[in-house]
Design a protein around this ligand. Sequence first.
Ligand SMILES: [Zn+2]
Ligand SMILES: [Zn+2]
Ligand SMILES: [Zn+2]
Length: 282
Amino acid sequence: MNESRPLSSDPQNDPSQPNGRLAMWRNRASLRTGRSFDLGKMNLPQLWMAYLTYPTILLYFALIVLTTTLCLRAHPPLMHVLIPVALVVAIYPITWYAIHRFILHGQWLYRNPLTAGLWKRIHFDHHQDPHLLDVLFGSPLNTIPTIAIIVTPLGYAVGGWPGAWAAIATGLAMTCVYEFFHCIQHLAYKPRSRWVARMKALHLLHHFHDEDGNYGITNYFPDRLFGSFYEDARSRPRSAHVFNLGYTVERAARFPWVMRQTGAPPRDRPEGAKPGSARPAA
Ligand SMILES: [Zn+2]
Ligand SMILES: [Zn+2]
Ligand SMILES: [Zn+2]
Protein backbone atom coordinates (compact mmCIF):
# COMPACT_ATOMS: atom_id res chain seq x y z
CA MET A 1 0.00 0.00 0.00
CA ASN A 2 1.04 3.51 -0.78
CA GLU A 3 1.40 4.42 2.90
CA SER A 4 3.88 1.76 3.83
CA ARG A 5 6.61 2.79 1.45
CA PRO A 6 9.75 3.90 3.28
CA LEU A 7 10.45 7.56 3.94
CA SER A 8 12.81 9.42 1.71
CA SER A 9 16.20 7.78 1.70
CA ASP A 10 17.79 11.21 1.62
CA PRO A 11 19.87 11.39 4.84
CA GLN A 12 19.18 15.14 4.97
CA ASN A 13 15.58 14.36 5.77
CA ASP A 14 16.41 11.89 8.53
CA PRO A 15 16.35 13.67 11.90
CA SER A 16 18.60 10.97 13.39
CA GLN A 17 21.38 12.05 11.02
CA PRO A 18 23.83 14.75 12.22
CA ASN A 19 22.62 17.17 9.59
CA GLY A 20 19.03 16.19 10.13
CA ARG A 21 17.69 18.79 12.56
CA LEU A 22 18.54 21.69 10.37
CA ALA A 23 17.33 19.82 7.33
CA MET A 24 14.11 19.14 9.20
CA TRP A 25 13.38 22.85 9.51
CA ARG A 26 14.41 23.56 5.97
CA ASN A 27 12.31 20.68 4.82
CA ARG A 28 9.37 21.91 6.83
CA ALA A 29 9.34 25.16 4.92
CA SER A 30 9.58 23.33 1.64
CA LEU A 31 6.73 21.07 2.68
CA ARG A 32 4.34 23.95 2.25
CA THR A 33 3.53 22.94 -1.25
CA GLY A 34 1.78 26.11 -2.28
CA ARG A 35 -0.82 25.89 0.44
CA SER A 36 -0.58 22.43 1.90
CA PHE A 37 1.59 20.05 3.87
CA ASP A 38 2.15 16.67 2.27
CA LEU A 39 2.03 13.87 4.83
CA GLY A 40 3.58 11.47 2.35
CA LYS A 41 6.85 13.37 2.73
CA MET A 42 6.93 13.95 6.50
CA ASN A 43 8.27 12.06 9.48
CA LEU A 44 6.81 11.97 12.99
CA PRO A 45 8.70 14.96 14.51
CA GLN A 46 7.76 17.02 11.48
CA LEU A 47 4.17 15.96 11.89
CA TRP A 48 4.14 17.05 15.56
CA MET A 49 5.48 20.44 14.53
CA ALA A 50 2.98 20.84 11.74
CA TYR A 51 0.15 19.71 14.04
CA LEU A 52 1.05 21.91 16.99
CA THR A 53 1.45 25.01 14.85
CA TYR A 54 -1.54 24.41 12.61
CA PRO A 55 -4.04 27.31 12.91
CA THR A 56 -7.13 25.08 13.23
CA ILE A 57 -5.52 23.07 16.04
CA LEU A 58 -4.37 26.26 17.80
CA LEU A 59 -7.92 27.57 17.55
CA TYR A 60 -9.20 24.39 19.21
CA PHE A 61 -6.59 24.72 21.97
CA ALA A 62 -7.61 28.34 22.59
CA LEU A 63 -11.29 27.41 22.71
CA ILE A 64 -10.57 24.52 25.10
CA VAL A 65 -8.83 26.96 27.47
CA LEU A 66 -11.71 29.43 27.13
CA THR A 67 -14.54 26.91 27.69
CA THR A 68 -12.69 25.22 30.57
CA THR A 69 -12.24 28.62 32.22
CA LEU A 70 -15.93 29.47 31.74
CA CYS A 71 -16.82 26.13 33.30
CA LEU A 72 -14.52 26.27 36.33
CA ARG A 73 -15.20 29.95 37.04
CA ALA A 74 -18.69 28.96 38.18
CA HIS A 75 -17.27 26.47 40.74
CA PRO A 76 -19.67 23.72 39.64
CA PRO A 77 -20.21 20.51 41.64
CA LEU A 78 -17.77 17.85 40.43
CA MET A 79 -20.48 15.67 38.90
CA HIS A 80 -21.78 18.57 36.79
CA VAL A 81 -18.41 18.46 35.07
CA LEU A 82 -17.46 14.77 35.14
CA ILE A 83 -20.77 13.42 33.81
CA PRO A 84 -20.83 15.70 30.73
CA VAL A 85 -17.16 14.86 30.06
CA ALA A 86 -17.85 11.12 30.27
CA LEU A 87 -20.97 11.41 28.11
CA VAL A 88 -19.15 13.28 25.35
CA VAL A 89 -16.25 10.80 25.39
CA ALA A 90 -18.79 7.98 25.12
CA ILE A 91 -20.93 9.42 22.30
CA TYR A 92 -18.07 10.84 20.22
CA PRO A 93 -17.13 7.64 18.35
CA ILE A 94 -20.71 6.76 17.47
CA THR A 95 -21.49 10.33 16.39
CA TRP A 96 -18.38 10.47 14.24
CA TYR A 97 -19.35 7.14 12.72
CA ALA A 98 -22.84 8.35 11.81
CA ILE A 99 -21.53 11.61 10.32
CA HIS A 100 -18.80 9.86 8.37
CA ARG A 101 -20.97 7.07 7.03
CA PHE A 102 -24.26 8.84 6.33
CA ILE A 103 -23.27 12.45 5.65
CA LEU A 104 -19.69 12.44 4.37
CA HIS A 105 -20.16 9.25 2.35
CA GLY A 106 -23.80 9.96 1.56
CA GLN A 107 -24.60 10.48 -2.12
CA TRP A 108 -26.74 13.59 -1.65
CA LEU A 109 -24.53 16.55 -0.75
CA TYR A 110 -22.88 16.76 -4.20
CA ARG A 111 -26.25 16.70 -6.00
CA ASN A 112 -27.12 20.19 -4.90
CA PRO A 113 -25.26 23.39 -5.84
CA LEU A 114 -25.77 24.71 -2.30
CA THR A 115 -24.08 21.79 -0.55
CA ALA A 116 -21.63 20.58 -3.22
CA GLY A 117 -18.83 22.88 -2.04
CA LEU A 118 -19.30 21.75 1.54
CA TRP A 119 -19.08 18.10 0.57
CA LYS A 120 -16.00 18.70 -1.54
CA ARG A 121 -14.27 20.41 1.36
CA ILE A 122 -15.34 18.10 4.16
CA HIS A 123 -14.62 14.76 2.55
CA PHE A 124 -14.29 14.44 -1.22
CA ASP A 125 -10.96 16.29 -1.32
CA HIS A 126 -9.58 14.13 1.49
CA HIS A 127 -10.35 10.94 -0.41
CA GLN A 128 -9.03 12.40 -3.68
CA ASP A 129 -5.68 13.08 -2.04
CA PRO A 130 -5.41 11.58 1.45
CA HIS A 131 -1.99 13.14 2.08
CA LEU A 132 -2.89 16.82 2.15
CA LEU A 133 -3.06 18.18 5.67
CA ASP A 134 -5.24 21.16 4.72
CA VAL A 135 -8.14 18.98 3.67
CA LEU A 136 -7.43 16.24 6.20
CA PHE A 137 -8.35 18.56 9.08
CA GLY A 138 -11.98 19.48 9.19
CA SER A 139 -12.71 23.15 8.66
CA PRO A 140 -13.37 24.79 12.05
CA LEU A 141 -16.36 26.51 10.46
CA ASN A 142 -17.93 23.07 10.10
CA THR A 143 -16.54 21.22 13.09
CA ILE A 144 -17.11 23.79 15.86
CA PRO A 145 -20.84 24.38 15.18
CA THR A 146 -21.38 20.64 14.76
CA ILE A 147 -19.69 19.88 18.08
CA ALA A 148 -21.53 22.71 19.86
CA ILE A 149 -24.95 21.71 18.52
CA ILE A 150 -24.54 18.08 19.55
CA VAL A 151 -22.91 18.38 22.98
CA THR A 152 -24.28 21.66 24.40
CA PRO A 153 -27.81 20.35 25.19
CA LEU A 154 -26.29 17.22 26.67
CA GLY A 155 -23.97 19.10 29.01
CA TYR A 156 -26.62 21.68 29.86
CA ALA A 157 -29.16 19.01 30.78
CA VAL A 158 -26.73 17.46 33.26
CA GLY A 159 -24.98 20.48 34.74
CA GLY A 160 -26.42 23.75 33.44
CA TRP A 161 -24.01 26.15 31.75
CA PRO A 162 -20.89 24.81 33.49
CA GLY A 163 -21.90 21.36 32.25
CA ALA A 164 -22.40 22.73 28.76
CA TRP A 165 -18.95 24.38 28.76
CA ALA A 166 -17.39 21.15 30.03
CA ALA A 167 -19.12 19.22 27.25
CA ILE A 168 -17.92 21.65 24.57
CA ALA A 169 -14.34 21.57 25.92
CA THR A 170 -14.45 17.76 25.80
CA GLY A 171 -15.85 17.70 22.28
CA LEU A 172 -13.04 19.98 21.12
CA ALA A 173 -10.39 17.92 22.93
CA MET A 174 -11.72 14.71 21.38
CA THR A 175 -11.54 16.39 17.99
CA CYS A 176 -7.88 17.29 18.57
CA VAL A 177 -7.15 13.66 19.46
CA TYR A 178 -9.04 12.38 16.41
CA GLU A 179 -7.29 14.83 14.10
CA PHE A 180 -3.91 13.80 15.45
CA PHE A 181 -4.49 10.09 14.99
CA HIS A 182 -5.98 10.76 11.58
CA CYS A 183 -2.74 12.59 10.63
CA ILE A 184 -0.66 9.67 11.83
CA GLN A 185 -2.74 7.33 9.69
CA HIS A 186 -1.80 9.25 6.57
CA LEU A 187 1.82 9.76 7.48
CA ALA A 188 4.30 7.57 5.60
CA TYR A 189 5.73 5.84 8.66
CA LYS A 190 5.21 2.63 10.56
CA PRO A 191 3.87 3.20 14.09
CA ARG A 192 5.83 1.45 16.83
CA SER A 193 2.76 0.61 18.86
CA ARG A 194 0.74 -2.33 17.55
CA TRP A 195 -2.49 -0.65 18.57
CA VAL A 196 -1.74 2.44 16.46
CA ALA A 197 -0.43 0.32 13.58
CA ARG A 198 -3.66 -1.65 13.49
CA MET A 199 -5.83 1.47 13.68
CA LYS A 200 -3.82 2.90 10.82
CA ALA A 201 -4.13 -0.24 8.68
CA LEU A 202 -7.91 -0.23 9.14
CA HIS A 203 -8.25 3.42 8.12
CA LEU A 204 -6.03 2.86 5.08
CA LEU A 205 -8.36 0.08 3.98
CA HIS A 206 -11.13 2.71 4.07
CA HIS A 207 -9.02 4.90 1.77
CA PHE A 208 -7.34 2.40 -0.53
CA HIS A 209 -9.54 -0.71 -0.60
CA ASP A 210 -13.23 -0.18 0.13
CA GLU A 211 -14.51 3.16 1.37
CA ASP A 212 -17.82 1.64 2.47
CA GLY A 213 -16.42 0.25 5.72
CA ASN A 214 -14.05 0.97 8.62
CA TYR A 215 -15.52 4.43 9.17
CA GLY A 216 -14.02 4.78 12.64
CA ILE A 217 -10.77 6.69 13.05
CA THR A 218 -9.60 5.55 16.46
CA ASN A 219 -12.55 3.40 17.45
CA TYR A 220 -13.98 0.65 15.25
CA PHE A 221 -16.58 -0.54 17.72
CA PRO A 222 -19.45 1.19 15.84
CA ASP A 223 -18.24 -0.48 12.61
CA ARG A 224 -18.48 -3.85 14.32
CA LEU A 225 -21.86 -3.02 15.79
CA PHE A 226 -23.38 -1.93 12.46
CA GLY A 227 -21.65 -4.46 10.25
CA SER A 228 -19.30 -2.18 8.33
CA PHE A 229 -16.10 -3.52 9.87
CA TYR A 230 -13.65 -5.51 7.75
CA GLU A 231 -10.34 -6.89 8.84
CA ASP A 232 -8.20 -6.98 5.69
CA ALA A 233 -8.22 -6.56 1.92
CA ARG A 234 -9.03 -10.24 1.38
CA SER A 235 -12.41 -9.95 3.11
CA ARG A 236 -13.91 -7.78 0.36
CA PRO A 237 -13.36 -6.96 -3.31
CA ARG A 238 -11.69 -3.63 -4.04
CA SER A 239 -14.14 -0.77 -4.54
CA ALA A 240 -13.98 1.19 -7.78
CA HIS A 241 -15.11 4.30 -5.88
CA VAL A 242 -12.53 4.29 -3.13
CA PHE A 243 -11.04 7.62 -4.31
CA ASN A 244 -14.06 9.35 -5.83
CA LEU A 245 -16.67 8.20 -3.27
CA GLY A 246 -19.13 7.47 -6.05
CA TYR A 247 -18.70 10.91 -7.63
CA THR A 248 -17.70 9.43 -10.96
CA VAL A 249 -17.10 11.29 -14.22
CA GLU A 250 -20.66 10.30 -15.24
CA ARG A 251 -22.13 11.66 -11.99
CA ALA A 252 -20.00 14.79 -12.39
CA ALA A 253 -21.60 15.36 -15.79
CA ARG A 254 -25.03 15.35 -14.12
CA PHE A 255 -24.00 17.17 -10.93
CA PRO A 256 -21.13 19.38 -12.07
CA TRP A 257 -20.69 21.68 -9.03
CA VAL A 258 -17.94 19.76 -7.25
CA MET A 259 -16.09 19.29 -10.55
CA ARG A 260 -16.40 23.01 -11.36
CA GLN A 261 -14.96 24.00 -7.99
CA THR A 262 -12.13 21.50 -8.37
CA GLY A 263 -11.46 22.71 -11.89
CA ALA A 264 -10.96 19.14 -13.06
CA PRO A 265 -13.00 15.94 -13.38
CA PRO A 266 -12.93 13.59 -10.35
CA ARG A 267 -9.93 11.26 -10.31
CA ASP A 268 -10.25 7.56 -9.65
CA ARG A 269 -6.87 7.47 -7.92
CA PRO A 270 -4.83 10.10 -6.08
CA GLU A 271 -2.25 12.05 -7.98
CA GLY A 272 1.05 10.19 -7.95
CA ALA A 273 -0.46 6.90 -6.83
CA LYS A 274 -0.37 5.31 -10.26
CA PRO A 275 1.50 2.07 -10.06
CA GLY A 276 5.02 2.38 -11.38
CA SER A 277 5.13 6.16 -11.47
CA ALA A 278 6.94 8.25 -8.90
CA ARG A 279 5.08 10.80 -6.80
CA PRO A 280 5.35 14.17 -8.45
CA ALA A 281 7.81 16.40 -6.60
CA ALA A 282 5.31 18.57 -4.72
ZN1 LIG B 1 -1.04 7.60 1.52
ZN1 LIG C 1 -8.36 9.63 6.16
ZN1 LIG D 1 -14.16 8.55 4.39
